[in-house]
Every structure is written in C-alpha cells, then in structure tokens.
Ligand binder design. Sequence first.
Ligand SMILES: [Fe+2]
Ligand SMILES: [Fe+2]
Length: 322
Amino acid sequence: MARDLTQLELLTELETVAEQNVDRHLSMAKEWHPHDYVPWDEGRNFAALGGQDWDPDQSKLNEVAKAAMVTNLLTEDNLPSYHREIAENFSQDGAWGTWVGRWTAEENRHGIAIRDYLVVTRGVDPVALEQARMIHMTNGFASPTEADAGFLHSVAYVTFQELATRVSHRNTGKVCDDAIADRMLQRIAADENLHMIFYRNMCGAALDLCPDQALDAITLIVENFQMPGAGMPNFRRNGVLMAKHGIYDLRQHLEEVVQPVLKKWDVFGRNDFTPRGEATRERLGNFLEKLSKDVVKFEEQRDRMLAREAAKREKAFATVNG
Ligand SMILES: [Fe+2]
Ligand SMILES: [Fe+2]
C-alpha cells in the first residue's frame, strides 16, 4: 500500500501549481479601496470628542442585518489566528509564502471596510463591537479537526470556508436594505470567491496527487464543518438568526458550498481511489445523504417557528388596535 505523503512532500510536489495559481490570482484580483465604500458624510463625533454616543435609535439596520454584520466582521477581525494557521500549514517559502502574505493583506481590507461602514453609519453599538472583538481575538481560532491539522485539512477547510463567507457576505448585503452596504459586501464577496478558487484549485491538485489521502482530509472537514466564528460572543444566537432568515442556512451550506465544490473535484465520478479512498467516499456519500435529510428537518422547524412568530405578531397587533 502506498504510504501517505509527508507535509513537506506535499508542499514540494504542489509548489508549481501554487505558483501558477498565485499568478492567476494576481491577474484576476482587482484593486479596490475600503474608503470608497463608506458614506463618510454620515459620520460625526462621539461623546469623547464633544459629540453624541451611540444610541440604538441611530441604527438603520434591522436585527438580522446587525447580527450578520457583526458575525461577519468579527470573523474578519480574527485574521491573525487564520494567518497563523495558514502560515504554519502552507509554509512561508516561495509561492506559498507569497500567497500567505497576499491573502492576509486582502482579508484585512474586509475588516477595515465593514468596521468603517458600521462606525460611520452607527449601524451597531461600537462599544459592544469592540468588546466582542477583544474577546473573540483573545480566544483565537481553533480548527475543528485540530488533532489532524496539516496542509490537506487546512486547504480543504478554507475552500469551503471562503465559499461560505462569500455566501454569507452576499446575503448580508441583501438584508441591510442599504445600497451602499450591499455594494461593499458584494465587493468583499467577490474577493472571497477568488480566494475560494485558489484553495479549491490547490485542494483539487492535492486530490490528483494523492487521492486517498486528500479525500480523507476533505471528508473529515465536511463532516466537522463549522463556520469560523465559533467561540465569538453570541455566535449561537446570531447563527440561528442568520439561518432563520436565509443568510447562511443548512440548505445553502449543502447546495451552494459543499456540493458545488465536491462536484468540481469530481469526487463521486473519479476512479483513481484505492479501496481505502472508496471506503472514505462511501462514508462521505452517507454523510451528505444525512445532511440533505437534516436540511428538510431544519426547514420544517423553521417554517413552524416563523409561522408561530407571525401569529404572535398578528395577535399583538390586534390587541393594540382592537
Ligand atoms: Fe474576508
Ligand atoms: Fe477570503
């Protein structure tokens, strides 16, 4: 039986592909500036500089948009943790190092733009936001499969995660009900898509290089996938709110993130697995089947919950106006 490739062998074997993909990325990436996406004329001083502090009435964002914006921003804020993860697993040498630096710089732009927007428009409480950032960054990010971390797990995880953040940013833009926020989040989502393509290509190349080994990592990641915000204050509450209102829910996870990527890699069509890879593929197939059943269950629950809430609102309205 062929032995698994070591971390160093993987990086060496894939370096040429990394180089090609860094070049591809640089030729596709568009320069943009966070300040162009922020309505500065809405800004004014806070109390420390003689102005007025934040008040909930100042926000034009609904509760869902607030929860989604804060979740997405705190996720972007946690960049040092992700940088550490990627730098450790991809190495800092050659094309790998170039990618790690470039990707980190691009990601930083996302946090800058969203924070400036939220503070200037007074969309959320800046004190609560800062407190949450401190807690979240101090905790850092722990990979859901920490015990097995390594290049393959990392590259599989970020492929799904970049696509997940793309979906989440896009849909957050839609619920903000503000053309400026929507434009900014579309811009960020376009970046996340290019990041996803880089990682998807790298993970695809790994799958060609060592099919069984790569599929092990992919399967483990799909089975244990968690959005990167796990551990941030109110993550569960905000996650539920986002799922309930279609910003990132289980169906989107399955149909817009997991399935398209697996299809691109032709996981269920390829014939280069040994019996070990085939067994893993079967496990992955079973997991996906269970996930599609969970999607239906989740949606039934959600529909019931939304109907109950609507009935409650109607009753309250009737009482007030009756
Ligand atoms: Fe980002
Ligand atoms: Fe990204």
